[in-house]
Design a protein around this ligand. Structure first.
Ligand SMILES: [Zn+2]
Ligand SMILES: [Zn+2]
Ligand SMILES: [Zn+2]
Length: 123
């Protein structure tokens, strides 16, 4: 799943570094070179997991479908509404992790307290 295009249907093989990416923005984030433009694109369908090639010079409406399973992969992209929302979500996640650590520490304390009680009762 790609955070830029939420409903992405295919992965794209980058012609420059020969790696699979969900979208050009994913490539831009992970690599430090620009995505090479090419007229022959290699896709991998997310539905049937098969690869296929498309010549962008000779591209018509029927080429919007996976040749293996007819998955319509050229669709209007659903993108996250605000980049800010993604950021604040990450902050929330971090806050939760910090809280989890505190809960764990409290639980440890409880275990030790219990241990003392049990020891007293036994003693
Ligand atoms: Zn690349
Ligand atoms: Zn992406
Ligand atoms: Zn397919």
């Amino acid at each position: 799943m790609c955070k830029h295009i939420l409903n992405v249907q295919v992965a794209i093989r980058s012609p420059c570094c020969k790696k699979w990416f969900e979208c050009a923005e994913c490539h831009a984030e992970k690599e430090d070179h620009p995505l090479k433009q090419t007229m022959e694109m290699v896709f991998a369908c997310k539905k049937c997991k098969k690869c296929f090639r498309k010549d962008m010079n000779d591209y018509d409406e029927s080429d919007e479908y996976c040749p293996h399973c007819d998955n319509h992969y050229v669709i209007e992209a659903k993108t996250p509404q605000l980049a800010l929302q993604v950021e604040s979500e990450d902050v929330r996640k971090d806050a939760r992790m910090i809280k989890d650590e505190r809960v764990k520490a409290d639980q440890m304390k409880t275990i030790w307290n219990l241990g003392d009680d049990v020891a007293e009762k036994l003693g």
